[in-house]
Design a binder for this molecule. Structure first.
Ligand code: FES
Ligand code: FES
Length: 219
């Protein structure tokens, strides 16, 4: 029999040959394995995951969760702690809908594993303010109509809060003209720093106004 990759082999012959090889393998007891074989890259079967206990502070409250070590921080917050304010837009670090604050710094919660945050202090949109007592940035978003569908809004607000802290700390961005001087908050700085937060409704100009207002209130 010519080799299976022989281009001269007609299609019908190829099918017959393939069936014969499969049948021979089964007769010899070589049925295809039903479970993936553990390897260095995938040491465990998905149905038998490595579990871990993680403790962190979420919105000021000590929390402990038992989870699959592959669980992202976003899934830990949403699925384990039922804090669904942080949204899953892309799950690939592209949209910013999942932005939360970890130790005061913004982070895409879909791009980091929960087990990497043992002992950390995490703030989600639920921890920034409450319906009765909104965070100044939340109020400004409402006043300036900084959202439409609201899906990106929790991430936008967490990012906006972090942007003001970055400016206060003197951290430059790609559009900061003078790296030796403290960055000044302007439309260009805000748009650059908020560029990781996508709004499909296009509320950008109102978001910039909201951030500018809160920055003005603070200085
Ligand atoms: Fe995390 Fe889009 S869901 S960046
Ligand atoms: Fe709808 Fe931003 S308000 S995606």
């Amino acid at each position: 029999m010519p080799p299976l990759h022989d281009p001269r082999l007609p299609r019908r012959g190829l099918l017959i040959g393939t069936a014969a090889v499969s049948a021979a393998g089964m007769a010899a007891g070589h049925a295809a394995p039903s479970q993936p074989v553990p390897s260095a890259a995938f040491p465990r079967h998905p149905e038998n995951p490595a579990m871990a206990s993680v403790s962190f502070t979420v919105n000021g409250e000590a929390r402990q969760v038992e989870l699959d070590t592959r669980t992202t921080l976003l899934d830990a917050l949403r699925e384990h702690l039922h804090l669904t304010g942080s949204k899953k837009g892309c799950d690939h670090g592209q949209c910013g809908a999942c932005t939360v604050l970890v130790e005061g710094r913004r982070i895409n919660a879909c791009l980091t594993l929960a087990v990497m945050h043992e002992g950390d202090s995490i703030t989600t949109i639920e921890g920034l303010g409450s319906p009765e007592r909104l965070h100044p940035m939340q109020s400004a978003f409402v006043r300036h109509d900084g959202y439409q569908c609201g899906y990106c809004t929790p991430g936008q607000i967490c990012s906006s809060v972090a942007v003001l802290e970055e400016i206060k700390a003197g951290i430059p961005s790609h559009v900061t003209g003078d790296l030796g001087a403290p960055p000044k908050l302007g439309d260009e700085e805000i748009r650059e720093r908020m560029s990781g937060n996508i709004c499909r409704c296009g509320a950008y100009s109102n978001i910039v106004e909201a951030i500018t207002e809160v920055a003005g209130e603070r200085t």
